[in-house]
Design a protein around this ligand. Structure first.
Ligand code: AOF
Ligand code: ZN
Length: 345
């Protein structure tokens, strides 16, 4: 119970790194001496100090470290990356006991940090709240084990179940409220890349950037097989790095890159490979319905974020439900989830 309490605090701290730690995992650490927390830290930003370093730095009286336990949600690293090995630091500071949430799936670490600590005579406990600690770094694990980003599908649907048909006189019907549009911008800030299909780019002319929330805009991705999209669209304004998947590439412009893919073949594996090669660990798919259905049919998604509006669009007509979406709930190791939230106007 005691161990779980401190590990839960590690997870809570780690979550502060959601927007800036990637492509590194979110990690939190807590140092406990005589039943009291004497230090805390988390991995704030990729390239900067790891959680253990920040936790150790936060301890006022470093002579207490010799009598402490360090709790960390992920195995301390054993390699020289952008920063030196945390396992070495723990050994150097003579912390006698280390409690770890889960092993690091990163090939350069993968158990070596645990071994290093054991070899140096430290008491090591592994697997406290292991499931929750793995869930915390689901994007990092998906990327390193499946060689693709963690995929979130996102759509808003009317009370009678329509999404892409929500157009009156060619204009989209706004289903979101000011509050839920803010949540969408929060989601964008939490993802490394965002993808839309040609029709959505054309009809909605989205900017796909982060405006109603604090944070970085994701890399924008758009499918434009025949290169029919107008360069006057917001997506081509060069304000945010943008990739266009097409059969007919043009030379790149500042922040705009054309990437040839073979539309005769399955395009999703080609897109996934590109994103993997570029180190993109999370992808938000914002529609339209054809593209979303494509991902569902390929069984290639991890989470869906669905806004259900109270607005009914068509009376007496059966809605074109996103096929099979409900049958996927909780099928995978991360508890693949669909979060429906119903809004009121
Ligand atoms: C830890 N604590 O807080 C994090 C770890 O390039 P570097 O030096 O930042 O190393 C990145 C790798 O270190 C990353 O891929 C993952 O395996 C591990 N992340 N390890 O001990 C941390 N963020
Ligand atoms: Zn480290």
């Amino acid at each position: 119970m005691e161990e779980e309490k401190y590990m839960r605090r590690c997870i809570q701290l780690a979550q502060n790194g959601l927007c800036n730690a990637a492509p590194n995992p979110m990690v939190g650490a807590v140092i406990v001496c005589g039943g009291k927390i004497i230090g805390e830290g988390y991995h704030i930003r990729c390239g900067e100090a790891h959680a253990e370093v920040n936790a150790i730095r936060s301890v006022k009286d470093s002579s207490l470290l010799k009598h402490s336990t360090i709790y960390v949600s992920l195995e301390p690293c054993s390699h020289y990356g952008k920063t030196p090995p945390c396992a070495d630091l723990i050994i150097e500071k003579q912390i006698p006991r280390v409690v770890i949430g889960c092993q690091d799936p990163f090939a350069k670490v993968a158990g070596r940090g645990i071994q290093k600590l054991k070899d140096a005579g430290r008491k090591v406990v592994v697997g406290v709240l292991e499931g929750e600690c793995r869930h915390l770094i689901k994007r990092f694990i998906t990327f390193h084990q499946l060689h693709r980003p963690y995929i979130t599908l996102k759509w808003a649907e009317s009370a009678d179940g329509f999404i892409d048909l929500c157009r009156k006189d060619g204009h989209p019907v706004i289903l979101s409220t000011p509050l839920t549009s803010m949540l969408v911008h929060k989601k964008r800030a939490e993802h490394a890349a965002i993808l839309v299909g040609t029709r959505t780019a054309e009809l909605d002319n989205p900017s796909l950037n982060v405006r109603n929330w604090y944070g970085r805009s994701p890399l924008r991705l758009v499918l434009d097989r025949k290169r029919r999209l107008s360069p006057a669209l917001h997506l081509f304004d060069g304000s945010v790095p943008t990739l266009i998947f097409t059969e007919h590439p043009l030379p790149s412009l500042p922040n705009i890159e054309y990437l040839p893919i073979d539309f005769q073949q399955d395009i999703l594996p080609q897109i996934m490979l590109t994103l993997y090669e570029r180190g993109i660990q999370s992808l938000l798919v914002e529609g339209g319905s054809a593209l979303l259905q494509f991902f569902i049919d390929a069984d290639l998604w991890d989470e869906a974020f669905v806004e259900v509006s109270p607005i009914r669009l068509v009376s007496g007509v059966k809605a074109p439900e996103m096929r099979d979406k409900n049958s996927y709930v909780n099928e995978q190791s991360f508890g693949r989830s669909i979060r429906h939230y119903t809004t009121t106007k």
